[in-house]
Design a protein around this ligand. Structure first.
Ligand SMILES: NC(=O)c1ccc[n+]([C@@H]2O[C@H](COP(=O)([O-])OP(=O)(O)OC[C@H]3O[C@@H](n4cnc5c(N)ncnc54)[C@H](O)[C@@H]3O)[C@@H](O)[C@H]2O)c1
Length: 383
């Protein structure tokens, strides 16, 4: 029997916003989700126009998050939303996620998970108590060749892992556009809405999550520097960190939003005793493997030699490029499967990934502000 399409509500993602529209495309891609309700903006006009453009029933375009939770709860179970996508700035993630879970809805939340470790733990508690599913939008872990890389490392192809390097370079904050009306830049550089980290929370978390996810190893301690290059900016726009992983691997994390001219230069390199791998977000359908004792290999999305788990994440034959939206859609598919209670093999980032990234943010900040060479990263709990 085919599972019914799940009903999605959305908070944030109004006219002019960035990631909400990406969530809507990703959720819709495989027909497993249908947008049913939203509170898209605190600006009434933008909210109404967004709902109208998306063809929603006006009764389900709510004036606020609270009104949406109350309104949806009042509907019969076979009409109300199944899950809520939270695509607002960071300071709203925890209060909204907790309220939605407590009201009985599954939650797909944007990263960073929260403003602090304490808030992340409160979300974890609410998810556990509610029995509802909680997914986090660590988008890049939905790419098929990231799964390929993870599976190959896990089965030991590279041997014992020694080196892990993750970098995420953007250039869009090279100038003080935060003070010149750029909406996305404005809240990202405001500690009250972005959190303790600027670039660290915004894209450093992606690099960190990918490094731990693909290597299967946890960062145990960090030695870091946070820099603010643009005068007057209130949060870091540049991060450098040395990483010590469990088992002895050593790593580097570089994240910057002032790398002038860079787009979304997310790269991961992992080397073990026998070889290494390299993956780049801007060429996501190629995975390069290098070996100590034989020529390098190029693994292609849809090409020969893929692991079973990778093939499940592809939709088109090799050479027809799949990208960012499809990677995001893989997370929505896995989230839907978990809600339906089947296909538990489909992985998606969840509470543990979010908590780990919050623990990392706090450890980096503590280290950067101290004279200590190394700061431990709390292992966190299992979900
Ligand atoms: N997963 C990724 O790769 C990725 C990429 C970009 C952004 N993000 C994350 O997504 C979130 C949003 O980022 P963005 O770039 O889309 O920001 P944005 O400023 O473009 O959009 C934020 C939206 O939230 C709305 N909003 C704010 N407060 C609200 C409230 N109380 N009720 C309803 N709507 C409200 C705004 O009106 C706007 O429509 C952030 O947490 C960010 O870190 C993740």
């Amino acid at each position: 029997m085919t599972a019914r399409a799940l009903r999605l509500g959305m908070v944030g993602g109004g006219e002019g916003a960035f990631i909400g529209a990406v969530h809507r495309m990703a959720a819709a891609l495989d027909g497993e989700w249908r947008l049913a309700a939203g509170a898209f903006s605190t600006d009434a006009g933008r909210n109404a126009r967004t709902g109208d453009a998306l063809g929603l029933d006006t009764r389900r375009v709510y004036e606020s998050f609270d009104a949406m939770i109350a309104g949806e709860r009042a509907l019969p179970a076979d009409a109300r939303i199944d899950a809520l996508a939270i695509v607002t700035p960071n300071h709203l993630h925890a209060p909204m996620a907790i309220a939605a879970l407590e009201a009985g809805f599954h939650v797909f939340c944007e990263k960073p998970m929260a403003m602090s470790v304490a808030e992340a733990r409160a979300i974890a508690d609410a998810a556990r108590a509610s029995g509802r599913r909680f997914a986090l939008a660590f988008t890049y872990s939905g790419y098929p060749l990231i799964e390929e890389a993870r599976a190959r490392v896990a089965r030991g192809d590279l041997g014992k892992i020694r080196l892990i390097q993750a970098e995420y370079l953007q250039g869009w904050l090279s100038e003080p556009i935060d003070n010149a009306g750029n909406k996305q830049a404005e809240w990202r550089t405001d500690p009250a809405r972005a959190g303790l980290g600027g670039c660290l929370g915004d894209i450093g978390t992606h690099a960190f999550q990918l490094a731990e996810h693909v290597s299967g190893l946890q960062v145990e301690s960090v030695s870091a520097e946070l820099t603010t290059h643009v005068p007057g900016r209130r949060l870091d726009d540049d991060v450098s960190a040395l990483l010590r992983f469990a088992g002895g691997a050593r790593g580097l994390l570089k994240a910057s939003q002032v790398a002038a001219g860079e787009e979304n230069g997310l790269k991961l390199r992992i080397h073990g005793e026998r070889g290494g791998l390299e993956w780049s977000q801007m060429e996501p359908n190629t995975l390069v493997l290098r070996w100590l004792d034989r020529p390098a290999e190029i693994v292609r999305a849809g090409g020969p030699g893929l692991q079973d788990g990778t093939a499940k994440l592809l939709r088109t034959p090799s050479g027809h490029p799949e990208g960012y939206i499809e990677a995001f859609a893989n997370l929505y598919r896995a989230f839907a499967a978990a809600i339906h209670g089947g296909d538990e093999d489909r992985w998606f980032p969840r509470v543990t990934d979010g908590l780990r990234t919050m623990l990392f943010i706090e450890a980096v900040i503590a280290n950067a502000e101290s004279d200590q060479k190394w700061t431990m990263v709390d292992p966190g709990e299992n979900e």
